[in-house]
Design a binder for this molecule. Structure first.
Ligand code: UD1
Ligand code: CA
Length: 467
């Protein structure tokens, strides 16, 4: 029977020293909780119950975003979707209390209950499935997943009889010196039979150093009621790391980044010195793309095939076509670049810049909220903001779209085959007609008719031209 998965995510995460809930801290571009949600969904549960409390709205939104992403990726039919339920734990009074407030939700379903922590982002769905299988075969009402750690500090320790039978879990802060030396720890991942678990929750007391209701007291309560409780030592302990501090966060992120890099290397992307290349988990990269050291690819970025991305470039939430070259130290944010384009070095594209195929954007060119048509070129030193630029346009060095009059932004329209002379100021709103030419240093304050040369300050019509 498919399990119900409970995700504990109501805590603040005091040890992070942050105003942001621990489970919302990003790891390789996604909030920590989203990894746990993905694992939960991949384990094919009948239902997922998420306990939220601190920054509940934000945590809920992060969970919902991940569920939507999952559904898009899997193309799941509505009837195959597990139910997602949120339960509010208004005060974080401990991991046991988190289940106490969810009692009604837990009682509604059937099948085993798996408990996952929102701060365990590396657990794999196969591990959850194996746990449920083990739990059912072992015929016990609680299975605690344990691991041996060279440095067990911070974790609950597993106490056993001299014969090796499970006795109870003692929390780090409540443990004696002797108990602290035990290297077998509670991973924070469990499987329970639903009814005995619910029955034991009433018996929890906050009688400990932290004054909290510990979920880790449940196993002892169950044994005292005569139930069978056991442990399962996970073969893949590295999946079970819990993040409590920013140091843990940094270590886990480094591991995730390594895994992500390996994934792209295996799928046919060249990474020169992968240790210095930061690729978010949300990024897609096409085959035969080559990435040089110190490149950062963030957010919902998609890079096409056979691109070359040179060092010190950052691309965030953007789409890059095929065979694009991005030279050193360019910044591309929320923009689109077509096929066969060449960007940089030192280019800055932002605010929905739309760069068509075969465009060249050269050094020290900033493009903001502008469309640059096929085959157009702005090779050096320009600001193109709020502009619509046609095809085969040449933008001379030093060109500026003067889009801001001190109060409002205005658009500049440059039609096909225009030649903008060096150092032209285009004072928006302004339109430069098809095939027109502006002389070097022109300050264009009025629309320029088609095929007309304008020169001077302010620019005046000089003569008709053939593009
Ligand atoms: C917990 C275990 C510990 C185990 C470790 C593994 C308890 C008492 N201790 O300790 O034995 O070795 O995990 O990583 O369970 N949460 C709530 N509501 C609360 C408190 C916590 O939802 O009132 C959530 C947190 O948001 C977090 C998770 O439960 O996602 C675990 O809480 P945390 O404080 O990190 O527990 P640990 O001290 O790590
Ligand atoms: Ca923890």
């Amino acid at each position: 029977m498919s399990p119900t998965i409970v995700i504990l995510a109501a805590g603040l995460g005091t040890r992070m020293r942050s105003r942001r809930a621990k489970v919302l801290h990003p790891l390789a571009g996604r909030p920590m909780i989203s990894y746990v949600v993905r694992t939960a969904l991949a384990a094919k549960p009948s239902e997922v119950i998420v306990i939220i409390g601190y920054q509940a709205d934000e945590v809920r939104a992060a969970v919902e975003r991940e569920v939507q992403r999952w559904e898009r990726a899997q193309a799941t039919r509505p009837e195959e979707r597990p139910q997602i339920e949120f339960v509010l734990q208004p005060e974080p009074q401990g991991t046991g209390h988190a289940l106490m407030v969810a009692r009604d939700a837990l009682a509604r379903g059937e099948g085993p209950l798996v408990v996952l922590s929102g701060d365990m982002p590396l657990v794999r769905a196969e591990t959850v499935t194996e746990l449920v299988e083990y739990h059912q075969k072992a015929r016990q009402v609680a299975t605690i997943v344990t691991m041996h750690l060279p440095d067990p500090s911070g974790y609950g320790r597993i106490l056993r009889t001299p014969d090796g039978d499970f006795v109870r879990i003692v929390e780090d802060r409540d443990a004696s010196e002797e108990e602290r030396a035990i290297q077998e720890v509670n991973s924070g991942l469990y499987c329970f039979d639903r009814k005995p678990l619910i029955g034991s929750l009433d018996r929890l007391t906050p009688d400990n150093r932290q004054g909290e209701y510990y979920l880790t007291d449940v196993p002892l309560i169950l044994t005292s009621l005569g139930y069978r409780v056991g442990t399962w030592e996970c073969h893949a302990a590295d999946q079970l790391v819990g993040i409590n501090s920013r140091r843990d966060l940094a270590e886990v992120e480094a591991r995730l980044r390594k895994e992500i890099a390996h994934r792209w290397l295996e799928s046919g992307v060249t990474l020169h010195d992968p240790a210095t290349i930061y690729i978010d988990d949300t990024v897609e990269i096409g085959q035969d793309t080559v990435i040089y050291p110190h490149v950062i690819l963030e957010g919902e970025t998609v890079i096409g095939q056979e691109c070359t991305i040179h060092s010190w470039t950052r691309i965030s939430n953007s789409r890059v076509g095929d065979r694009v070259t991005i030279h050193n130290s360019s910044v591309v944010i929320e923009s689109r670049i077509g096929d066969d384009a060449s960007i940089g070095p030192f280019a800055h594209l932002r605010g929905e810049a739309e760069i068509a195929n075969q465009v060249v954007i050269g050094n020290f060119v900033e493009v903001k909220k502008s469309v640059v048509g096929r085959g157009s070129k702005a090779r050096h030193l320009a600001y193109l903001g709020d502009a619509t630029i046609g095809e085969r346009v040449n933008i001379g060095a030093g060109t500026i779209t003067c889009n801001f009059d001190g109060k409002r932004k205005h658009r500049t329209i440059i039609e096909d085959d225009v030649h903008i002379g060096s150092d032209t100021m285009l004072v928006a709103p302004v339109r430069v007609g098809r095939g027109a030419v502006t002389g070097a240093g022109a300050v264009v304050i009025r629309d320029v008719p088609e095929k007309t040369l304008v020169v001077g300050v302010p620019a005046v019509e000089k003569k008709k031209v053939e593009p």
